[in-house]
Ligand binder design. Structure first.
Ligand SMILES: [Mg+2]
Length: 262
């Protein structure tokens, strides 16, 4: 069975562990069984809106054990990227959870959010782009000037085009990134899946064979390929319009990790 084949697992959250406000069938039990075996688990999500604490609390509410140090989000990895690059200040195009992760990594949001004590909009070491549901033309203009005229680094949590909501499809982080790419003529550093940096951070400290368990061929399976690890594709909530490389294994739900036939 797949649970025996790998030494550690990376799990995508949306569509693999949770779907909306409930756990995916089999996810609670599969994670508990992996923990009973002592198999290391990491959660790897392109979520750029929530703090790791908030995501862990959500999982715990659903009966899933989760620790902050196991949670790797596009937000936390972007903040870690900027901290490692020596950035002290950042103009955040993103929700409050994204700004909070910056602050927790010692990079001060210049708009006064998340503990920043002053509002300084004409200088920042970097512009960080996440999903910003209150994005305005003025915010895009400030980010454009910082990148193009003030030499700020241009870093994006992910470049996801769109995502489903209760009201229908909505623009993703990648739509904001595209606006800034067009306005500045610069290419951002993209941290989240399928780019390798989020995987590399999540895999640090793990030994042996690691598998990525995800419901997106374009994001999880392609990201695993680029990171040099195997992938297990979970189909129960996968989207029809999704293209990417072939996974190493396919299961219906995370319960498939313990299927003796796989
Ligand atoms: Mg997913």
């Amino acid at each position: 069975m797949l649970a025996d084949r790998y030494d550690a697992f990376l799990f995508d959250l949306d569509g693999v562990i949770v779907v909306g406000d409930r756990p995916v069938d089999g996810a609670v039990d599969a994670l508990a069984r992996l923990r009973d075996r002592g198999t290391p688990i990491r959660f790897v999500t392109n979520n750029s809106r929530s703090t790791r604490e908030a995501l862990c609390a959500h999982l715990r509410d659903l009966g899933i054990e989760a620790r902050v140090e196991e949670m790797y989000t596009a937000a936390s990895a972007t903040a870690a990227h900027l901290a490692d690059a020596g950035a002290d200040s950042v103009y955040v195009l993103g929700d409050d959870g994204f700004a909070a992760e910056m602050s927790r990594h010692g990079v001060t949001p210049t708009d006064g959010r998340a503990g920043g004590d002053s509002v300084i909009e004409d200088a920042a070491d970097a512009v960080a782009v996440g999903l910003d549901r209150t994005a305005t033309y003025d915010k895009l203009a400030t980010a454009t000037r910082l990148i193009r005229e003030r030499g700020a680094a241009f870093v994006a949590a992910n470049d996801d085009n769109a995502y489903p909501t209760d009201e229908g499809i909505a623009p993703g982080t990648g739509a904001l990134v595209a606006a800034l790419r067009t306005a500045t003529g610069r290419e951002p550093t993209v941290v989240g899946k399928p780019h390798p940096e989020l995987f590399e951070r999540a895999m640090s400290g793990l030994d042996g064979e690691v598998a990525m368990v995800g419901d997106s061929l374009a994001s999880d399976v392609e990201g695993a390929r680029r990171a040099g690890i195997e992938s297990i594709y979970v189909t129960a909530h996968a989207r029809a319009e999704d293209e990417g490389p072939a996974p190493d294994a396919t299961v219906d739900t995370p319960a498939g990790l313990f299927d003796p036939e796989c």
